[in-house]
Design a protein around this ligand. Structure first.
Ligand SMILES: [Zn+2]
Length: 413
């Protein structure tokens, strides 16, 4: 199957010029600039034998009908964070479009299976703080009541911003209809981390997305005067939190891909002349294996109780949020390995730390896999986000091969 990776790179540059400024990409979902990007994308469909429409959650679907109704879905997102990079999301979209063109051309407008390209609405959650909005509606994992009343920084309600773009939040459950005939889902994305660059590899096979345990941890001690309180009798809540901050490195270190982060620590009263009476910290733990994740959570909790006791403090935990790990489909992981090996010569398997729409699609029970391409300096969600053009081209080629193999796999299952 023929794809033209140079066209993909040229189109990405076109989109950058149209929807970015000196600070980076500005395609925030449910804004004028995002609609402009979607309009630009739609114009690229001219002349292709496709049907396109928006579903009830604002996801944009492009369908090339095939001999079989079974559908291979290729997707990603056009939206970006404010001051975002030029590749996050839109690389996957433009590679998906290029692959669809390849199928249309190679099979004279009628490929063996139906090919669908989807631009998920609001992957980033940049404006309302709710990531994976469109794909979770598609998967049926979305809770309308939890999101309806969200507001942006100007106080505009999510419900109203969506309505302005022609989307009614109460109709979200209808987006599940798009699951009909879905047989597989493939997503290409930049890695957004430093692993592939560190290994000197252009492409990676993604095994799944890590699960997350996110907690607020509060240590209670005793506020006291910093001059009059001897060291031996202090009940210093910060001391207990500090021990935990160091201990989580050992807890994560027991597992090859696990990460633990204490991202926020607040002290009260938080003045230079007082022993800390209360310390509020947050902990974010991630791994691809649910048992590992549960074990790390237990370890951190036990350690916090031990350190609290050491410092004559108490500790309480409350869960902010959690999500189960998602393991991608073994057969598709195998096909992805083959495609990466053919183009790059070497295969590297890795979990994804960030969440992606692919996790929601997989949660809906549709066989799914993702492919990563190296990110320079591991930087993303920033205007300096970049990938070597030769690596972008290899990614489009490998993704096209994966799509073709997956189409055959769909027919054989
Ligand atoms: Zn993305």
């Amino acid at each position: 199957m023929n794809v033209d990776p140079k066209r993909t790179v040229a189109e990405l540059k076109e989109l950058r010029a149209l929807t970015g400024d000196e600070n980076g990409a500005q395609r925030i979902a449910w804004t004028e600039m995002w609609l402009k990007a979607r309009e630009w994308f739609t114009a690229k469909l001219a002349g292709l034998p496709v049907e396109d429409h928006y579903d009830a959650a604002g996801n944009h679907w492009v369908t090339l009908a095939g001999e079989s109704d079974k559908a291979l879905i290729l997707g990603s997102h056009l939206d970006s964070v404010p001051n975002g990079g030029w590749l996050d999301g839109c690389l996957g979209m433009m590679a998906a479009l290029e692959t669809l063109r390849g199928f249309a051309q190679t099979y004279n407008g009628r490929p063996p299976v139906t090919i669908r390209v989807v631009d998920w609405a609001d992957e980033e959650g940049a404006r309302f703080g709710r990531s994976l909005l469109g794909s979770s509606a598609f998967a049926g994992t979305h809770s309308i009541d939890a999101d309806r009343g969200r507001t942006d920084k100007d106080g505009i309600r999510l419900e109203d911003a969506l309505r302005k773009c022609g989307v009614e939040i109460d109709r979200f459950p209808d987006a599940r209809r798009e699951q009909k005939n879905a047989a597989a889902y493939l997503e290409l994305h930049i890695e957004q981390g430093p692993v592939l660059e560190g290994l000197g590899l252009p492409l990676g096979v993604v095994l799944g997305t890590k699960g997350v345990e996110r907690h607020a941890i509060t240590f209670h001690g005793q506020e006291a005067h910093s001059g009059s309180t001897p060291m031996a009798v202090r009940r210093d809540a910060l001391a207990a939190a500090a021990k935990l901050a160091l201990e989580i490195r050992a807890i994560a270190g027991n597992h090859p891909d696990a990460v633990c982060t204490m991202g926020s620590v607040k002290t009260f009263p938080g003045i230079v002349t007082a022993v800390v009476g209360r310390c509020e910290a947050t902990l974010d733990q991630r791994d691809l294996d649910a048992a590992v994740l549960a074990g790390m959570y237990k370890d951190a909790r036990e350690a916090s109780e031990r350190f609290a006791k050491d410092e004559r403090c108490t500790v309480e935990w409350s869960r902010i949020w959690n999500i189960e790990p998602i393991q991608f489909h073994p057969a598709l992981v195998g096909l992805c390995e083959q495609a990466v090996k053919e183009i790059a010569g070497v295969v590297h398997r890795m979990p994804s730390g960030p969440l992606h729409d692919a996790a929601e699609v997989s949660r809906a029970g549709i066989p799914t896999v993702m492919m990563f391409v190296q990110s320079l300096r591991g930087i993303s969600h920033n205007r300096i986000e970049d990938t070597k053009e030769e690596h972008l081209e290899m990614a489009v080629q490998a993704y096209g091969k994966l799509a073709e193999q997956t189409a055959h796999w769909i027919l054989s299952t």
